[in-house]
Ligand binder design. Sequence first.
Ligand SMILES: [Ca+2]
Length: 141
Amino acid sequence: MTDVDAVSVVDGEVSIVYSTLAGGAAASAALVCADGSGVNLRNSLLVSRQPEDEMSCPNVTATDNALEMIIPGNTSLGEMPDTSWFAGYAQADFHLNPAMYPPSIETAASWMSGDPGNDIDGHSRPGNDGTPDFAGADLVP
Ligand SMILES: [Ca+2]
């Protein structure tokens, strides 16, 4: 994993749901969007190792995500102190580290009809509209 942004939207429309986006090395962001792009971001987990904001996305519609930065309608985790929230950040294993991740990740998302029924490992999502859930690709059962 190198010093690159996890996702960069240069044009067009994209919908990101139940995803974990993590910046690479020190000076990379989780999500960068060009002005004029349309991005809908829900139920996702965004972090970076840089001190600057992990997301730079002027026209984003972001709801029920967990991020380091403060955005109304989302959960702010505060600055990620190191990479210990994850099982193997340097190896791009973004499973949550059960003893280390902020507990507010567990209720940051809100499951809605049409959302995935399982996490990246096949663990079951709530399946009822409006039920709080883990933000990001991984849940810890
Ligand atoms: Ca899991």
